[in-house]
Design a protein around this ligand. Structure first.
Ligand code: SF4
Length: 235
């Protein structure tokens, strides 16, 4: 929650008008374009990558992920390995003790729910109802709405939207999202204001805007393309 945006109680909140949301999406598209990221169809990799991304840079996350893939040929090998070996493999990603245990617990939990013993398979999500897949993912150890949305959107192009720190900050400053809303509400609200098919573009462009212009500290409001419509703009 950005400290410069006052919390709005739920009873006083009015969702943004659709035409305003559409104009914001268009302005962001003018500046950042349309992201090209076809679904990679590897939900396990997306799950593990999201665990590795916690509290570290994208670069360190990627180094840790590549080391993990080099050390172990399959996800089954990762699951069966001593947690200390996984910890060593992902050490460049930081807090490796916590993350290695989390990865192990997730892979074990997935195996426990699979009909074929010994396998790790989430391919059924490609054709399952999104709500069923989301509930399954959110029941895994340490997995919440953001991680579930990453898996569903990036692996299969399904209808969900991750609300990370950048998306929530920019969304709240623009009053697309209710300032002070809990994570569950933020994800539901993002879905409600995003038309089907625009999930990836809106997520990526809000994130880019948060990284390049609407910084947590000292947002660059003077040069912001959304300045005219932003209730949080600074002089
Ligand atoms: S005007 Fe400022 S606070 Fe509003 S979106 Fe732009 S950078 Fe962020």
């Amino acid at each position: 929650m950005p400290s410069d945006v006052p919390t709005v109680p739920k009873a006083e909140w009015r969702a943004p008008r659709r035409d305003r949301v559409a104009r914001i999406r268009e302005r962001l598209r003018d500046v950042y374009g349309v992201p090209l990221a076809p679904p990679h169809e590897d939900p396990l990799a997306e799950l593990v990558l999201t665990v590795l991304s916690q509290s570290t840079s994208d670069r360190n996350r990627d180094v840790a992920f590549l080391r993990l893939r080099r050390w172990f040929a399959t996800w089954e090998e990762v699951r069966n390995a001593p947690v200390s070996e996984v910890e060593e493999a992902i050490r460049p990603g930081g807090i490796s003790k916590v993350k290695s245990q989390r990865i192990h617990d997730i892979l074990v939990a997935i195996e426990d729910t699979n009909t074929s013993p010994g396998t790790l398979d989430l391919d059924w999500m490609r054709d399952a109802p999104v709500s069923e897949s989301r509930d399954f993912l959110c029941a895994l150890p340490g997995v919440g709405r953001k991680t579930a949305a990453c898996v569903l959107l990036f692996a299969y192009g399904l209808r969900d939207i991750p609300v990370d720190t950048h998306v929530s900050r920019v969304g709240m400053r623009l009053h697309l999202l209710r300032p002070g809303a809990p994570f569950e509400e933020l994800h539901d609200a993002m879905l409600a204001l995003t038309p089907p098919g625009a999930e990836l573009e809106f997520h990526v462009n809000l994130l880019r805007h948060g990284r390049r212009t609407c910084h947590a500290q000292r947002p660059r409001c003077a040069s912001c393309t959304l300045r005219a419509t932003c209730p949080s703009r600074r002089a």
